[in-house]
Design a protein around this ligand. Structure first.
Ligand code: AMP
Ligand code: GLY
Length: 428
């Protein structure tokens, strides 16, 4: 049990800052390298430039640096086969193979897998041809959900209130290719009503170890208005997710999915992220992701007491049998501060002030997403800029602490939602 481990983390968003922050706390870690990282990560890890989606380049770095464990943050390197390349060279990696990452890389694959194995999800059809999609849609009534099959940076889903609106979107996605190749194939599914919750689970190919629940806020503005984003904030735990529901999700969704993937020759190792709708008929899968959620990770990992390095090594070794997770009882809230214009076009290079003061508040951690250092100052470098996170004895306390920290941070045009976790607070 070496205490001198060298880790490589791929990615450079808020999720990866939270991962590096948590991994750094392990007594077993000597050094962390991050490809490419950001200005916040640079305080905890050595950031190296390069392309995390290039399997050979990543493998070369792993070999040159003598890396003991590579942790893959975003989906793109997974879908590009970075885990396969590293495993092929006998290197420990946390993250699924390309074949297993299809669960996120192709919505049509995920839907078909769920259909084959009786995993609850919305009814759906898949179309390669805009004409057939339009005919199907014209014969329907009520709201429909349209999803580009491939990866579209969280933007490939539209909800059409009625078929006429859906028809316009079919043209937009399949003919005018608003989401590029991702929309060559389209999933059209039934609209589900209920409350959403994100559940992440560690997987070793056979076993699952679920984490505490979280709720994301996908829309850009308060009261769930405005366009969809990568996520404007998160909190954990989600009150809708009772222990009874957690048991049901593990039995009906998480374990059957991992079993199905193994049975189909795509053993799943890494984090399985299930985006769920809690409907009147029980929990149903909205989507799977093959990685940690962003910003859910920023709300979940501060609550994890266990050594994340141990858990990830066990997943990579295919043996979670003796691993358990310990959690802090406190709640966590993450408020995302975004650049003006996000999720549309936005400016970069805006100077950020107040980071030190906010970060010094008790139980507050400011995770960086799109930041860079320029002439000794921290400036914005992306759409989602910061994930201001606080722990508290209750969700209400954590909300108050997070917004107290947000109030001390400033950059021109900073945009954030003022109602993160309001739904949890309204439940009392
Ligand atoms: P996805 O990327 O598939 O999770 O979709 C993005 C968002 O669209 C989800 O977080 C939901 O808010 C919404 N959504 C997706 N599928 C459905 C559905 N079948 N019914 C209602 N809302 C959905
Ligand atoms: N927060 C949603 C996602 O990570 O896809």
């Amino acid at each position: 049990r070496s205490r001198n481990l060298r880790l490589l983390v791929l990615g450079g968003d808020g999720r990866e800052h939270a991962l590096v922050w948590k991994l750094r706390q392990s007594p077993r870690v000597r050094e962390i390298i991050c490809l490419p990282g950001n200005a916040g990560i640079a305080r905890l890890a050595r950031c190296v430039p390069g392309n995390p989606e290039d399997p050979r380049a990543v493998a070369a770095l792993v070999e040159a640096e003598g890396i003991d464990l590579t942790v893959i943050g975003p989906e793109a390197p997974l879908v590009a086969g970075v885990a396969d390349e590293l495993m092929g060279r006998g290197r420990a990696v946390f993250g699924p193979t390309r074949a297993a990452a299809e669960l996120e890389g192709s919505k049509a694959f995920a839907k078909a897998l769920m259909a084959r194995h009786g995993i609850p999800t919305a009814d759906y059809r898949v179309f390669d041809d805009p004409q057939a999609a339009s005919e199907y849609t014209a014969a329907r009534s009520g709201p429909l959900v349209l999803k580009a099959d491939g990866l579209a940076a969280g933007k490939g889903v539209v909800i059409a209130r009625e078929p006429r609106e859906a028809l316009a979107w079919i043209r937009e996605i399949m003919v005018r290719r608003a989401f590029g190749n991702a929309g060559d194939r389209l999933v059209i599914e039934e609209f589900l009503e209920g409350e959403e919750v994100s559940v992440l689970a560690f997987c070793d190919g056979e076993r699952v170890l679920p984490m505490v629940s979280a709720q994301d806020h996908k829309r850009a503005c308060d009261n769930d208005e405005g366009p969809n984003t990568g996520g404007m904030g998160a909190y954990s735990p989600a009150p809708v997710y009772t222990p009874e529901l957690a048991g049901r999700v593990e039995r009906e969704i998480l374990r059957p999915t991992v079993r199905a993937m193994a049975a189909e020759g795509r053993p799943y190792r890494g984090v399985l992220y299930a985006g769920l709708m809690i409907t009147r008929d029980g929990p149903k899968v909205l989507e799977f992701n093959c990685r940690f959620g962003d910003p859910e990770t920023q709300a979940v990992l501060p609550r994890l007491e266990s050594d994340l390095v141990e858990v990830m090594l066990a997943c990579a070794a295919g043996d979670l049998r003796d691993t358990t997770l310990r959690w802090r009882p406190e709640a966590a809230v993450c408020v995302v501060m975004a650049a003006p214009g996000y999720p549309g076009a936005y400016e970069k290079g805006l100077p950020i002030s107040g980071l030190e003061e906010a970060g010094a508040l008790p139980d507050v951690t400011v995770f960086h997403a799109g930041t860079a250092e320029k002439d000794g100052r921290i400036v914005t470098a992306g759409g989602r800029v910061l994930g201001v996170t606080a722990l508290g004895p209750t969700v209400g306390d954590a909300v108050a602490r997070a917004y107290d920290a947000v109030a001390r941070i400033d950059f021109p045009g900073a945009h954030y939602r003022r109602d993160i976790a309001r739904r949890a607070l309204m439940r009392g």
